[in-house]
Design a protein around this ligand. Structure first.
Ligand SMILES: Cc1cc2nc3c(=O)[nH]c(=O)nc-3n(C[C@H](O)[C@H](O)[C@H](O)COP(=O)(O)O)c2cc1C
Ligand SMILES: Nc1ncnc2c1ncn2[C@@H]1O[C@H](COP(=O)(O)OP(=O)(O)OP(=O)(O)O)[C@@H](O)[C@H]1O
Ligand SMILES: [Mg+2]
Length: 580
């Protein structure tokens, strides 16, 4: 449109040989396909003075055959509005030969996943002699699908009679896919943040519920009350397990990644897997020997594999075979597009020959609470946990599935580098949960910002004979510590993430300056920092929440036992990393 032209006014070209109505942006779909800017000047409908397709000697015909933009004409006066002209680019796009497309209605490009609503819009536009632009899933001659940004507009003669339909097509698959992936990633990120926040708070609550139930159980004699308490504990523990899965999905589990021989690891829990999938389903293991070690947390790995194997079982109600295959792959060229760093990965594949998943289920299978199972049968957390765990381990989980043919879930984990393999932590000292009665009463400083959790751990530790001092923040703990007689505290037991300037790590550093021999045990619901630093940081002694009474006592004892050992080896900033 030029300045003198009014909106909607015809553009006359070539001394009146043709004219058209400019699109003025009305034909833009998606990201303003196909020109990435508003289509203002191109015509949405045209009027010509020379009908016919035989005049192919002019430069305009050459232009149509040279452009990389697919274009066609159809003849609405022939039965079923067939294609009467298709340019070379249309043949390139669809992979058909000219003879195969002339005389056919364009619907041969449509297929099983084509949105009928879009087809309906094209049908309506064509029957009303109107122009239309939309994106529709089409299929090439070889069956491969592509997203087609199609524009259709009528061509009239000067009396206004319809002569042809013109259309241009464009493959916009890549744009659609990256849009979809980034939308999905945004959605998962948002859900992940929400989940992580919720799960973190729940962990603290469950800690208190579980711990108090445990304490109460120890004091009650009445059978019936005991049963009530047991059932409450069972439920609280299931809650803790769910919270754990949510944290795994949100990539905020407290992982203990270390170099692991994945084949040996699978071998180690094959029995558990077999009993989980039941007698109907046969488990076949193809475990490569002598694979390089992968860096992962073996306990979470077992949980992920079990979740996937149970899904495989559920997909084969009549029974069948589940195959678990380990191997090594190299990811180089497409590493970035998979969100991986280039290099070697250990792959763990679990295949079933079950019902498979349609594409819309594959798309959502790793979302938390997405399930196709009836209420009570599935919570929709199995794959969410597995994929969150794999991503947190810097790997990737891929789903391949076809309805009626089965499913393959492939997990890739990074191969350990040589410096990760060398330092082997010595086995933990034998567990001795009780205070050392030959020694004077041991003094523990407990720091925790949640008063309920604080009260609970104080109760558990005092009950068994430790002397306990408490603080509700890092600042308070530091003031208290300085006020106590030097050397009188044996262990600092602190929450890792606390509000205020002094978190658990800073507190440990400050305290280590004052008393380098002090043992430190940390606790946390989740902890990103540790995970990001990976195995190097696992020298920190951390107890994950929620913990049982026995876990707490065992870990306190171990930490206290380290006191003598660390005294000789520790230098001031080396808090907590007793196991070098
Ligand atoms: C000029 C022209 C081009 C068309 N191009 C396509 C196309 O590229 N892809 C497609 O799926 N449908 C295309 N169609 C739509 C189909 O030909 C048909 O109109 C549509 O499927 C609705 O009719 P139906 O319900 O009878 O199939 C085009 C139609 C016309 C008139
Ligand atoms: N091997 C498989 N075959 C077919 N469909 C599967 C398979 N694995 C997962 N799915 C589909 O993905 C959905 C999500 O799986 P996920 O493991 O996350 O949850 P769930 O199995 O429904 O519940 P939960 O694992 O929490 O008990 C399932 O409901 C199912 O529709
Ligand atoms: Mg499941």
């Amino acid at each position: 449109m030029n300045d003198k032209q009014k909106p909607g006014e015809r553009v006359i070209e070539g001394n009146g040989q043709s004219s058209g109505i400019p699109a003025e942006g009305a034909m833009d779909v998606g990201a303003r396909e196909p020109i990435e800017t508003r289509g203002l000047h191109h015509w949405r409908e045209a009027t010509i003075t020379e009908p016919g397709l035989d005049d192919r000697g002019n430069v305009f015909f050459a232009a149509i055959e040279m452009t990389r933009m697919p274009m066609i004409l159809t003849d609405p006066h022939q039965t079923d509005n067939p294609i009467v002209f298709a340019n070379k680019a249309f043949l390139d796009l669809t992979l058909y030969e000219e003879a195969e497309v002339l005389g056919r209605n364009c619907r041969f490009l449509q297929g099983p996943q084509t949105d009928r609503e879009m087809v309906g819009q094209m049908r309506d536009a064509v029957s009303e002699n109107e122009s239309v632009a939309l994106e529709v899933l089409n299929y090439r001659r070889d069956g491969s699908p592509f997203w087609n940004a199609v524009f259709i507009g009528p061509v009239h003669d000067t009396s206004g009679k319809l002569l042809y339909f013109f259309a241009s097509q464009l493959d916009v698959t890549r744009r659609r896919e990256s849009e979809k992936a980034s939308l999905q990633a945004q959605k998962m990120e948002a859900v992940g943040q929400l989940t992580a926040g919720l799960a973190h708070d729940f962990n603290n609550l469950l800690q208190v519920v579980n711990g108090n139930l445990e304490l109460a159980t120890a004091r009650v004699e009445d059978e019936r009350t005991l049963r009530y308490l047991q059932s409450a504990r069972g439920a609280a523990e299931r809650g803790a397990k769910l919270t754990g899965q949510l944290l795994a999905f949100a990539r905020k589990s407290r992982l203990d990644p270390r170099p692991v021989d994945v084949s040996a690891c699978v071998n180690g829990f094959a029995d558990v897997m077999e009993s989980a999938i039941g007698k109907q389903v046969e488990l076949q293991l193809s475990l490569r020997r002598n694979l390089p070690k992968a860096v992962l947390d073996p306990e979470q790995f077992e949980m992920a594999v079990l979740n996937i194997a149970i899904n495989a079982r559920d997909a084969m109600p009549e029974g069948g075979m589940v195959e678990l295959v380990t191997g090594k792959v190299r990811v180089i060229d497409d590493a970035a597009s998979q969100g991986l760093t280039p290099g070697e990965y250990i792959s763990v594949e679990i295949r079933d020959e079950g019902e498979g998943m349609p594409p819309h289920v594959i798309d959502r299978a790793t979302e938390p609470f997405f399930t196709t199972k009836t209420t009570g049968k599935g919570t929709g957390l199995g794959l969410a946990m597995a994929s969150g765990f794999v991503q947190q381990s810097r790997g990737r989980l891929v789903i391949e599935s076809e309805v009626g043919r089965g499913t393959t879930i492939r997990m890739l984990f990074p191969v350990a580098t040589s410096d990760q393999i060398e330092p082997q932590a010595p086995p933990r000292t034998t567990m001795l949960a009780k205070p050392d009665h030959q020694a004077p009463v041991e003094h523990i400083l407990v720091v925790e910002d949640s008063p309920d959790v604080l009260a609970l751990s104080k109760e558990i530790l005092e009950e068994i004979g430790y002397k306990v001092s408490t603080a509700e923040s890092g600042e308070e703990a530091l003031i208290l510590f300085k006020s106590l007689e030097p050397g009188s505290v044996d262990l600092l037991f602190t929450d890792l993430v606390m509000p205020g300037g002094i978190n658990g790590i800073v507190l440990a550093q400050e305290v280590a300056k004052l008393d380098p021999s002090l043992s430190v045990l940390m606790t946390t619901g989740y902890n990103e920092e540790l995970v990001i630093e990976g195995p190097q940081a696992s020298g920190l002694d951390v107890l994950g929440k929620p913990y049982r009474r026995s876990d707490l006592l065992d870990r306190i004892r171990q930490a206290l036992n380290q006191r003598g050992v660390t005294e000789q080896r520790r230098h001031p900033s080396d808090y907590g990393s007793a196991e070098e």
